[in-house]
Each structure stands twice: as C-alpha cells, then as structure tokens.
Design a protein around this ligand. Structure first.
Ligand SMILES: CC(C)[C@H](C(=O)O)[C@@H](O)C(=O)O
Ligand code: SF4
Length: 468
C-alpha cells in the first residue's frame, strides 16, 4: 500500500470526479457562511432562478460587522448585511446563529466550539481563515463568492490538488510563549507566499502537546503564509475535544466518528518540510505591515538594506515608513496607544485566560497612555464561560473593556477602529495598511504580549514574567 499524507487521504475521500485537466470535483460536508460574502452568492442564485440544494448542511453566523458594544448592538441590530443574512437563512431553511442569540460568534471560533466542524470531513466558507478548522482534522478551506454559490447549489467545488508542507515543531515552548508566537514565527520562516499551493500539516512532538485551541491559532494563520489549507492529524486531545462538543452539535446529522487513522502514514512523503525548535521561539511581534514581518520582542527593527531579495527589501522599506519605525530600533519599549484582544486567531477562552493571567501576575491597571484596551471574546459561549470563571471580572477591574463577540477591530468593519496613526498591539492575524482604521499601525502579537502592553503602555517581553 502506498503511504499517504493526511491531505491526500482527505482529498481522495471527498473526490467526486477527476477531470481531464487534472482538476477535482470535491464534495463539501459542512458549509459556513457569514454576512459579508454570502449576499452575492444568494443574489447569484436568485438571478439564475436556482435554489439552495439542502440548507441543512450550511451554518450561518453574523460576525464581521456586528457591533461589539452592547448598547449599540441592542438598539439597531440586525440591519444591513446581517439583516440580509437572517432573511436569506430563513428563506432557505439555513440554521443561523442570530446576532442576539447565544450561539453567535466569529464563525471560526463558534463553529468548532459547537461541534459543527467535522473531523475527517470537508469544510468550506467564504472566508480565508477557514483553514482554522483544519486543526480538527478537517479538509477546510476559504473560498470565493462564486464557490459559495456553487456549494449552496451543489455542495461541491472544483479545484486543483495542493502539495503537502510539513511544519514540524519539536521541543518545549518557553513560559510566556504560546501558539501565536509559533504562528508568527512560522509566517516569518515560510514567507508571505511561501505556502501557496500547499496544505500545511502540523507535526512534531510540540504540536502534539499543543492544546487544540493553540493548533487552531496556528492553522488560522497558514493563509498568512499563502497556504489555503492546514491540517492536524487525529490524536487523543482532538478526540477529547470533539467528544466534549458533539453533545452540543447543532446539526441534522448524527455525531461524526473520527477514524484514528486520520493522520499521515509514518512513511508518507511531504513535498516540503519546515522544521522549528519550540525552545528557540521567543515572544514575537510584527514590526511591518504583514505577518511574515515579525521578530522576537527582544529584537530590533531590521535594516532593509541588509535584506538581499530586492522585493522583500522594498516591502520592508515601505512598511517601516508606514509604521514610523527606524532600522535598528529596539522593539521592546515601543509606546502603544491601543490594545485589541480578539479575532478568530486569539479570542478563544484559553487566549483570554492567558491575557488575564498576565494581568493577575503584574497587578495594576491599563496604563494611562493607552486610549483603549478592548477584549472581544470570539463567541457568546466563551464569553459566558469566562464570566463564570471570573476572567471577565479580572480584566474589567484592570480597566479593559469587555465586549460582545464579533470580528471587531481585527477588520474594523464597524465602529471598532483605531484613530488616525494610532499604534495598536493586536492579537489578530493581519496588519496591512489601514486594516484597523485609517493609517492604523498594527503590531500582531500573542494575548500575553498584548495584555502586557496594555498594563505597561509599551511592547515588553512576556517570557520575562514570573509564570510559575
Ligand atoms: C471579509 C472576508 C472576506 C475576509 C477574509 O476572507 O478573510 C475577512 O475575514 C478578513 O479577515 O480579511
Ligand atoms: S476575526 Fe478577523 S480574520 Fe477572523 S474572520 Fe473576522 S475579520 Fe477575518
């Protein structure tokens, strides 16, 4: 028998048909939609006089532009794209977690949390961070709007098979370092487009010890290195995570069984491998306008003149200009105006607990130079859980704002925006120009680094805290 990668196994299991041009028609088990990329797809179907094939295989979540301010949310919502999502779902019998419902959340946080992601299944969503669900052993991918329409219509998508890139992590992470530091380090090693055409598979002992939520953060950011898919093989932590959630599965199908061979065969050949040592990864922060422009918090802003590749050199020059940073400046001690703890990368309960832990270790309150420090849980369920545990209280007593779930300042599609030229430490995944508001300056980092920045008013090394 030929040794197969997990990607190949899942791909083969979902293949409906292979065409002469080498493309494959893949079957999609689970389809998620949100308010931003679904209206065009519903519009396309209705213009063509077509109907949704089976609304029950789709789950809808309003997340991108819902206000996270409780008052604002109560007063005027649902409206705009969210109201259209609600009405499209009603019309086509699609389960929707309404904006005021207890199942609402960011689709990549609330979906897996509610057991809607099928391990060994195929998942698609009109959102590039759908790779997150690969942490549960699902063949999960972000798709474009026309594919959203195709899946609503025929539960299938036609595409080319990718290659497999093994991201191997061995050793133990230092105290104060977490999956987000791994993800940023991975992005800097692989480069902006280095993962294009690959499915990233997480491997190595350290990935195996990483909690499922951490693996989701790493899979979430594979697209930032160009990889549309990322995957983690089945193991006991994954099975335990799923079993704890299938009871809450809000789905018409029976709870899934995950085969334990849902992993790459021992002798499987990956097309490429990137090896990382966990014990050498320090807390990371981005200095530029892309996730791959990251370095250790204890490092210095790089000198573009020292970058041999002319394309990367000019990108670095433009980024430093936009971020108002000088080559050689130490990153630690950089003054910060705003802190955002949220997004589908880092708004799970574990992430927010880590932020609260920093606050408890340090004591004190949000620094007076910080204009705002907001914590936006990724789902109603994690928000309620954190409130029961007293985590919400720790953060609000320290001066953080405790918001309602949504994408919020990750994408600034509502009033959660930075002011002109403000500098923010953010736990999200993208830092391009104006992502968090006009001329906003974003430094991506872990929840620990973000909480530390809120209390000290500047970028600091989270591994220097007394974690034990
Ligand atoms: C709005 C949506 C299409 C987009 C994505 O696909 O990723 C958004 O979620 C983002 O993070 O930029
Ligand atoms: S939280 Fe950010 S990255 Fe995630 S889906 Fe929303 S906008 Fe996209």
């Amino acid at each position: 028998m030929i040794a197969c990668t997990l990607y190949d196994k899942l791909w083969n299991a979902h293949t409906i048909r292979v065409y002469d041009d080498g493309t494959t028609l893949l079957y999609i088990d689970e389809h998620f939609i949100h308010e931003v990329t679904s209206p065009q797809a519903f519009g396309l179907l209705s213009r063509e006089g077509l109907d949704v094939h089976d609304g029950r295989s789709t789950v809808a979540m309003p997340d991108h532009n819902v206000p996270t301010d409780a008052m604002r949310r109560r007063r005027v919502w649902p409206c705009g794209q969210v109201a259209r999502l609600h009405s499209n779902c009603e019309k086509h019998c699609i389960r929707c977690s309404p904006v005021h419902g207890r199942r609402q959340g960011i689709v990549h946080v609330a979906g897996p949390e509610q057991g809607a992601t099928l391990p060994s299944g195929s998942v698609a969503c009109g959102d590039s961070h759908t790779s997150t669900h690969g942490a549960l052993g699902a063949l999960a991918q972000g798709i474009g709007t026309s594919d959203v329409a195709n899946i609503l219509l025929a539960r299938s998508i036609r595409q080319k098979r990718n290659r497999s890139l093994l991201i191997s992590l061995e050793g133990r992470l230092r105290p104060g370092c977490c999956a987000k530091d791994v993800a940023l380090h991975m992005a800097s090693m692989v480069g902006a487009g280095g993962g294009a055409g690959y499915c990233m598979e997480l491997g190595g002992g350290s990935m195996g010890r990483m909690p499922l939520e951490g693996r989701m953060s790493v899979c979430n950011m594979s697209i930032e290195a160009g990889a549309r898919f990322s995957l983690s093989g089945a193991d006991n932590p994954m099975l335990n995570y799923m079993h704890a959630r299938v009871a809450h599965r809000h789905c018409h199908r029976a709870p899934c069984k995950m085969p334990m061979d849902a992993a790459s065969d021992a002798l499987a050949q990956h097309s490429r491998m990137v090896a990382m040592r966990a014990d050498r990864i320090e807390p990371q922060i981005t200095w530029g306008t892309a996730p791959y422009m990251s370095s250790s918090v204890r490092g210095r802003v790089p000198d573009p003149m020292a970058i041999p590749d002319p394309r990367y050199r000019s990108e670095a020059e433009a980024a430093l200009d936009y971020m108002s940073l000088e080559p050689g400046m130490p990153l630690a001690c950089l003054g910060v105006d705003f802190v955002f703890i949220g997004s589908c990368t880092n708004a799970r309960a574990e992430d927010i607990r880590m932020a609260a832990r920093v606050v408890s270790i340090l004591g004190g309150r949000v620094h007076r130079r910080i204009r705002g420090a907001i914590v936006v849980p990724g789902s109603m369920a994690s928000k309620a859980q954190l409130e029961r545990e007293g985590v919400g209280g720790i953060l609000t007593r320290a001066g953080f704002e405790w918001r309602e779930p949504g994408c919020s300042m990750c994408i600034a599609m509502n009033s959660d925006q930075l002011a002109y030229r403000e500098r923010c430490v953010s736990t999200s995944n993208r830092s391009f120009e104006c992502r968090q508001g006009p001329m906003s300056r974003t430094h991506l980092a872990s929840p620990a680094t973000a909480a530390l920045a809120a209390i000290t008013g500047s970028v600091c090394d989270a591994s220097s805290l007394a974690w034990t």
